[in-house]
Design a protein around this ligand. Structure first.
Ligand SMILES: [Zn+2]
Length: 231
């Protein structure tokens, strides 16, 4: 069992959380809330460099993710090491995610939106679906996995689910004060941004999160579909 956290962020790949939720994570940590990251893969297929082996890239990307999490004040980072580009909505993965949710007992779970249309990484779509189903009702119901119960994984009711990458946005999070931390965390993922120089990245990121904020009261925002779960 783990020490409980307030917020559990479950993603497919290293850097997903930095793009989607890192500004909000930094704010939550400043407010005294605890955050843990769970990554289903180590992103070992995320390169155009044919000389870089998947094994080497996995090690690099895990290091990059840990460095990013440290900048943000994330308490724990777990890698499940499923194969990159192979996340499927299977009973086995759903059970694994239920086990993790019951171990961390979070108030809020954050993941990628499974309902984004057309061009969307299959891993993002599938992990979003698996996390949604694991959160409700499987993590909540004692009868869902009798063997987990026997091992001490008690049912857990999550209060909220936040999805990033959503088309159907219903919640904006102000990241003006934590944008620099988000940017610093993103820059840790150096293996993913060889073509961009740092100045271009700064500008590109500001434009991206200013654009996400355009229908909100904020200058820079992360955008979510936020769901409150029934009690
Ligand atoms: Zn990704």
């Amino acid at each position: 069992m783990k020490a409980p956290v307030d917020i559990l962020v479950i993603t497919a790949h290293p850097d997903d959380a930095e793009y989607g939720v890192a500004g909000t994570v930094a704010r939550w940590v400043r407010e005294g809330r605890s955050v843990a990251y769970v990554l289903c893969t180590s992103g070992e297929k995320g390169t155009t460099d044919r000389a870089l082996t998947p094994e080497k890239l996995a090690v690099i990307r895990e290091q990059e993710q840990r460095a990013a999490a440290e900048i943000l004040g994330v308490r724990e980072v777990d890698f499940l090491r499923y194969p990159d580009q192979s996340i499927e909505d299977t009973p086995e993965l759903r059970k694994h995610i239920v086990q993790i949710i019951r171990a961390y007992r979070p108030h809020t779970v954050v993941t990628t939106d499974p309902y984004r249309r057309y061009v969307w990484h299959r891993d993002h779509r599938n992990i979003g679906q698996v996390v949604l189903d694991a959160a409700f009702p499987f993590a909540r119901d004692h009868g869902a996995y009798p063997d987990l119960l026997e091992k001490g994984y008690e049912p857990h009711k999550i209060k909220e689910l936040w999805f990033f990458g959503a088309e159907d946005v219903n919640h904006y999070s102000d990241i003006a004060e934590t944008f620099d931390l988000k940017l610093a965390a993103l820059k840790c993922h150096a293996s993913q941004m060889r073509e961009l120089n740092i100045e271009d990245l700064n500008e590109w990121m500001r434009a991206r999160y200013r654009n996400l904020a355009k229908d909100s009261d904020y200058e820079l925002a992360e955008a979510f579909h936020r769901v409150k779960l029934p009690g």
